[in-house]
Design a protein around this ligand. Structure first.
Ligand code: COA
Ligand code: AMP
Length: 635
């Protein structure tokens, strides 16, 4: 069956399609209904069914003869460590850690926040939660104590699991003090913290509350898998919204396991037993789905890489990992390839490695510019596939299908809709637009399995943010178009989020931080183009009159504040101080115009602008802070 047939079948008979895919999962009790639409537009997949995700990802492979196969290959150039964990060993570690969590009182439905670097123990902790039916929420290590605190207050974890530190190429990042500070600030207090002490930077433990990892598993009984409802949450993953309050995306157990398994074969063209590598972080959705759950549920070996594409130690790092661990298919963000291209444009480092077993590279997380895609294709001489998805869906909405039929690659396009997703382009009034015309990318309900059933304890926000724009459709928040042949082009966000190095960040949240500075009267944060990270946040601030603070000092303090309150991952370094913000006469800030000025794009000030002279001032200010985009214009 080719792509068109598979796609049509999934649209015509979603229940039959997904029921068949669900045969690849081990169920403790079969479902009553494949799709429960009693509460539409809230849908539930495999209602009445019971399973355990950890059993499907770990134990069942041991039961089926994969016990001695590597499940995890840990490769850390920054910690100078490599370790292989077989499925049997993973089962032992996960069962023990689940026992340790249970001994602290963690039960089915309890939340556990995990704040860890890219070490195998992060996966063990996630899988142990899944084993117990507890709900994990992983927080990326590059987020600040403040962001962690927000998530603690929302998820209300009974226990937290932390690593004592992360290791960045230039420095050791102590995580434990951030975890302590977050708990101190939070209204909700977790009862216990389990800390993995790393020799590079051990943390101080708080007696009574904190336990060291080894202590947590000492003398515990391995815990069996607890069957849960297919519709029970497996995890919560927070993602940036338009305000400072992140959205707690919920993932269920049943639909998720089915979609993860299906995707490994049909999208990525993998076979069980092969090595899959997603060079991301367990703190992001790519990490949840393609470092942890999908490869393990499918019986592959997954690579946990704690390093960067460049500088650890050189731009040949990816090729080394592919060769050394026999990676068949790799997945990363375009920004990683832009980083490699910048340092090694002729791909000299590639010549040192044998990539004969490597089949394809998948890119996602941000729009992939055709230059990067073409460059990667030329140096690798393999299919380089851009595919599009988001935290909310948990897997690709559009892509290419190595296990069904490889479609032609059109640089700039994220491929064709994945079977199960009915993707449509609508205008602001909800009418379909013709091929080739830009509009809002919407998905007709129901969404396929694995997509978010709701936001954590917030059906109302889920409905308002995603379902209310057009009844019967899910609003992706992206704009783009479908061409005559049905290829999708995803061009950008329609909300106040930006994509920095493949990470979605909220400009609204950054504005809240800037506005809280006592010297700031008004501010706006926009996303400006960056050749490496895709975009970077830039703050434009107006100082209160009469404040005695040098502009340089204000800039330094604002950068520090965003780093402290959101985290280094925001990469907030550009601040221009201006006398006013450009606005319409009705007071709307002209963010799009400022963005165009910064990006050196032609712009037209709207007739309703209150003071056109401010636009020249902005241009000059950008030049003054050394922003290259503005420099080019001002000569
Ligand atoms: N813990 C603590 N701090 C972290 C961190 C972590 N896990 N990850 C990143 N940071 C810090 C970095 O040290 C850096 O701090 P700095 O401002 O002091 O230099 C900041 O957050 C920004 O990090 P990063 O985005 O990694 O930028 P970089 O300049 O260090 O590296 C790239 C640039 C392109 C190499 C890097 O972004 C990269 O490898 N991207 C891959 C994309 C990816 O993994 N995307 C995930 C979605 S698929
Ligand atoms: P996140 O949920 O953080 O992974 O961010 C998801 C967002 O990243 C999407 O809504 C898009 O805006 C963007 N994105 C992800 N993948 C792609 C892609 N292949 N092409 C264009 N944009 C993408």
């Amino acid at each position: 069956m080719g792509y068109a047939e598979v796609y049509d079948r999934a649209v015509r008979d979603p229940e039959g399609f997904w029921a068949e895919a669900a045969q690849d999962i081990h169920w403790d009790r079969p479902w009553d209904r494949v799709l429960d639409d009693d509460h539409a537009p809230f849908y539930r997949w495999f209602a009445g069914g019971q399973l355990n995700t950890c059993y499907n990802a770990v134990d069942r492979h041991v039961d089926n003869g994969r016990g001695d196969q590597p499940a995890i290959i840990y490769d850390s150039p920054v910690a100078q460590t490599k370790r292989v964990i077989t499925y049997r060993e993973l089962q032992r570690q996960v069962a023990l850690f689940a026992g340790g969590l249970a001994r602290l009182g963690v039960e089915k439905g309890d939340r556990v926040i995990i704040y860890m670097p890219m070490v195998p123990e992060a996966l063990v902790a996630m899988l142990a939660c899944a084993r117990l039916g507890a709900i994990h929420s992983v927080v990326f290590g590059g987020f600040s104590a403040n962001e962690l605190c927000t998530r603690i207050n929302d998820a209300k974890p009974r226990v937290m699991v932390g690593g004592s530190c992360g290791i960045e190429p230039s420095r050791v990042v102590p995580y434990k003090p951030l975890l302590d500070k977050a708990i101190e600030m939070a209204e909700h207090k977790p009862e216990h913290c389990i800390i993995l002490q790393r020799p590079q930077g051990p943390g101080e433990l708080m007696p009574g509350r904190d336990l060291e990892w080894n202590e947590a598993v000492q003398d515990v009984e391995p815990h069996p898998c607890v069957p849960v409802e297919a519709t029970d949450p497996l995890y919560i993953l927070y993602t940036s919204g338009t305000t400072g309050k992140p959205k707690g995306v919920v993932r269920d157990n049943g639909g998720h396991a089915v979609a993860m398994h299906w995707s490994m074969k049909h999208i990525y063209g993998m076979e069980p037993g092969e090595v899959f590598w997603a060079a991301s972080d367990v703190g992001w959705v790519v990490g949840h789905s393609y470092i942890v759950y999908a490869p393990l549920i499918y019986g592959c070996t997954t690579v946990v890489y704690e390093g960067k594409p460049v500088g650890t130690p050189d731009p040949g790092a990816f090729w080394r990992v592919i060769q050394e661990h026999g990676v068949s298919v790799m997945f990363t963000a375009p920004t990683a390839f832009r980083a490699i291209k910048k340092e090694d444009p002729k791909a000299e480092h590639l010549k040192r490695y044998d990539l004969s077993g490597f089949r394809a590279l998948f890119l996602a997380g941000e729009r992939c510019d055709p230059d990067t895609l073409n460059w990667a294709g030329e140096i690798l001489q393999r299919p380089v596939i851009d595919h599009w998805w988001q935290t909310e869906t948990g897997w690709a909405i559009a892509g290419n299908f190595l296990g069904i039929e490889q479609l032609p690659i059109h640089p700039g396009s994220a491929g064709k809709p994945v079977p199960g997703y009915n993707v449509q382009i609508l205008d602001d009034n909800g009418n379909p637009v013709p091929a080739g015309q830009m509009g809002r990318i919407m998905i007709q309900l129901p969404l396929p399995p694995a997509c978010l059933p709701t936001l954590w304890q917030n059906d109302e926000r889920f409905h308002q943010a995603y379902l209310s724009a057009q009844p019967g459709y899910y609003l992706t928040g992206d704009s783009g178009y479908l061409d005559e042949e049905g290829f999708l082009y995803v061009m950008g966000r329609i909300d106040d989020t930006i994509n920095v190095a493949g990470h979605r960040l909220s400009t609204g949240a950054m504005e809240e931080v800037l506005a809280s500075h006592p010297a700031v009267a008004e501010c706006a944060v926009i996303g400006v183009q960056d050749p490496l990270k895709g975009s970077l946040p830039m703050g434009l601030v107006v100082m209160k009159s009469g404040v005695d603070l040098a502009e340089d000092e204000l800039r330094r303090e604002l950068v520090e504040r965003v780093r402290d309150q959101i985290g280094p991952v925001a990469a907030f370094k550009l601040v221009a101080v201006v006398s006013r913000l450009p606005k319409t006469r009705s007071g709307k800030i002209l963010r799009a115009v400022m963005r165009k000025i910064a990006d050196n794009e032609p712009y037209q000030a709207p007739a309703t602008i209150d003071d056109p002279a401010i636009l020249d001032e902005i241009q000059q200010q950008l030049g003054r802070i050394g922003y290259a985009g503005a420099k080019q214009t001002t000569g």
